[in-house]
Design a binder for this molecule. Structure first.
Ligand SMILES: Nc1ncnc2c1ncn2[C@@H]1O[C@H](COP(=O)(O)OP(=O)(O)OP(=O)(O)O)[C@@H](O)[C@H]1O
Length: 627
């Protein structure tokens, strides 16, 4: 494909970029783009990838590496680049989560680690739960030499792994602890890595091992640099100590250009170890320029004004952003509903949703019900009431085996398998055909320029679909039939080909996790569906109102968000002015394009702990309405 002259390059799929975004798009050096919600940070990364690939700024065979924190964010970015670039260019865009990237390095180069730090192959993944860390710290204190015991006693379980273990650079060979903290760190590694049988490692440990690998084997770091001269990091505010240090060892090199984007007002992962100084460190240690984006493309002007009140509570110097999106609703753009009982709240919500959809011609997926936590409990409470007005609720935070429904829906295999099943019930499904035929060419390794190979791969697909249609027509949906279909599809797709063709499945158990979740979800949807088309609609969530935690809603947007449970019971860990609580509230509020509704139910709790959040809404002029 001919290269585009840089000055002639234009954004794809959007009319234009704001001036600051143009500046960073063309910039050579390291940059951090710090911008508020809806500023188009993710979109900007997709456009920059297209620019680098299409103008030859990132020439073949080099690649652009994008690192995200969540699977759905990584997939979302990859999908945006695929939509904007030719396949040959999009194939040079690698979008992975931090965990998948560092794990793949460790898995690939495990023998290159010094014996003292080498996990067994295979190793198990550990999630270091709080009681386990508490127990470990007690044992470590008792085993520590007397003079160190007081220091060990001062270590807390909540950030021990993420901060203490996460920020400690492993020496190239075995450790000889010189301090109390080093004693505990050494013991932690020793207990997990060198336990009898199979090693256990956490993702923090994998990040640390990947960082060690690059320091110990500079040739691996050089190979990484040669492959990825451009690196993006999305949601940079969520970077943990171990991840930041990995970035520094991996890409803190003048030949690599790193673009980090994020919003420190959306920092809601401090509890999971996000460091609070990531942008400052990046600016200093990567000699990066900090560039703000000043437009909000998502929310209407009135919502942007309310968001700014909350933004100022997080950062008194927050710069107001300019709304680009118009207002499309009459009346209040934000309200607090005060309901005496949970049942009354559910009824009001269901009735309001049905009425709003009828009045505005909106669809169930234009709305999202957000909760701070315990989405499963809210699902139980709300689903029957919504069903009474013919609305289906879908808990996207629901666990499916070792993943969640939300992550399954952006999984590459799930997308291919769904497309195949769609083609099994409908001949005319152009979008599904596109996904299936692209996937088959990739899985069968057919070069797009080799007409014969492409023809053969497509013939194979057509033959498979003939058989699949016959099977699906002859077998009504049931749990057993869904499981059998999942097997048929997997046999055709071929697990080995998946692992070969999709980097995310190359190592580890990502594919096994996706296959298990796909089977579980398909079987659950088949149960009670009158036909396969309905079952597949259920699978994708067509015409279902999504319910999810605020954490799961990060990066997403909806016409209207309904934040249920703004009370002390749901916000038990919040205290006035707590930045992470306000940031969580800010993330929820800023998902809305047109309207944000908050509900308070007296039966569920008080509103003392969350008085500051109500204070912000009042200051922004948001009215309270009794329901
Ligand atoms: N330059 C642009 N022109 C028009 N629309 C845009 C532009 N950039 C982004 N958008 C749209 O604005 C919305 C928000 O964009 P995006 O999700 O990239 O924002 P973000 O900064 O990553 O948001 P957040 O931090 O809140 O998740 C999306 O609907 C996107 O398609």
């Amino acid at each position: 494909m001919p290269l585009v002259v840089p000055d002639a390059w234009r954004p794809r799929g959007i009319a234009d970029l704001e001036p600051n975004a143009w500046h960073v798009l063309r910039r050579q050096g390291n940059t951090c783009v710090v911008a508020g919600p809806g500023a188009g940070k993710t979109e900007f990364l997709a456009q920059r990838a297209a620019y680098l690939l299409e103008t030859g700024a990132c020439p073949e065979p080099h690649r652009v590496l994008a690192i995200s924190f969540k699977t759905d964010a990584a997939e979302n970015l990859a999908a945006r680049v695929r939509e904007r670039c030719e396949r040959a260019q999009a194939d040079r865009f690698v979008s992975m989560t931090f965990d998948a990237f560092t794990k793949s390095l460790v898995d690939r180069f495990l023998p290159a680690l010094a014996a003292d730090w080498r996990p067994t192959r295979p190793y198990g993944i550990d999630f270091s739960r709080r009681p386990q860390v508490e127990d470990f710290l007690t044992r470590a204190r008792l085993a520590a030499p007397q003079p160190w015991q007081a220091v060990v006693a001062g270590l807390g379980p909540s950030d021990f792994e993420s901060k203490i273990v996460g920020s400690f650079r492993l020496p190239l060979q075995a450790m000889a602890p010189a301090t109390a903290v080093e004693f505990v760190i050494e013991r932690w590694w020793s207990e997990l890595l060198r336990r009898p049988g199979r090693s256990l490692v956490t993702f923090t440990m994998l990040n640390r091992l990947a960082e060690l690998l690059l320091r110990a084997r500079p040739q691996i770091a050089r190979a990484l640099h040669a492959t990825y001269p451009f690196v993006f990091v999305d949601e940079f505010q969520d970077t943990t100590h171990a991840q930041y240090d990995f970035l520094l060892s991996a890409f803190g090199d003048p030949r690599i250009t790193v673009t980090a984007v994020g919003d420190d007002k959306q920092r809601i992962m401090v509890w999971a170890g996000a460091r609070t100084d990531a942008f400052d460190r990046f600016e200093a240690e990567f000699a990066a320029e900090r560039v703000p984006l000043l437009v909000n493309f998502r929310s209407s002007p009135d919502l942007v004004r309310i968001q700014h009140v909350v933004a100022q509570a997080l950062d008194a110097g927050a710069i107001p952003t300019v709304a680009q999106s118009g207002r499309r609703v009459d009346g209040d753009v934000a309200q607090v509903w005060t309901c005496p009982t949970a049942a009354g709240e559910a009824q009001h919500l269901a009735g309001w949703l049905a009425q709003d959809m009828a009045a505005r011609g909106t669809r169930p997926r234009d709305y999202a019900i957000l909760v701070r936590q315990t989405a499963d409990r809210f699902e139980e409470q709300l689903a029957p009431t919504l069903a009474a007005v013919n609305l289906r609720l879908r808990n996207e935070s629901r666990a499916l085996g070792r993943t969640t429904l939300q992550d399954l829906l952006v999984d590459a295999y799930a997308e291919i398998a769904q497309a195949l099943l769609r083609l099994g019930v409908a001949r005319r499904a152009p979008a599904a055909w596109q996904i299936a035929s692209d996937a088959v060419l990739r899985l069968r390794d057919a070069d797009p320029d080799d007409e014969l190979a492409c023809l053969r791969a497509e013939e194979g697909l057509s033959m498979f679909l003939q058989g699949l249609r016959a099977t699906m027509a002859a077998t009504p949906p049931s749990t057993a039939a869904a499981e059998a279909l999942a097997d048929v599809v997997l046999t055709f797709v071929d697990a080995q080909a998946l692992a070969r063709s999709f980097s995310e499945y190359a190592t580890g158990d990502t594919l096994a996790i996706a296959l298990e979740a796909f089977r579980l979800h398909l079987a659950a949807c088949a149960d009670g569906s009158p036909d396969w088309a309905t079952c597949l609609d259920c699978f994708t969530g067509v015409d279902q109102v999504p319910l999810m935690t605020v954490h799961k809603s990060k990066g997403l947007e909806y016409d209207t968000i309904l934040f249920v449970g703004l009370d002390d019971a749901m916000w038990w860990s919040h205290s006035a002015g707590n930045p992470e609580g306000i940031a969580t509230f800010f993330v929820a509020l800023s998902r809305a394009k047109q309207r944000a509704i908050f509900t308070f139910c007296r039966e569920r709790g008080q509103r003392t702990r969350v008085a500051d959040l109500y204070g912000l809404l009042t200051a922004a002029g948001v009215p309270e309405v009794a329901c």
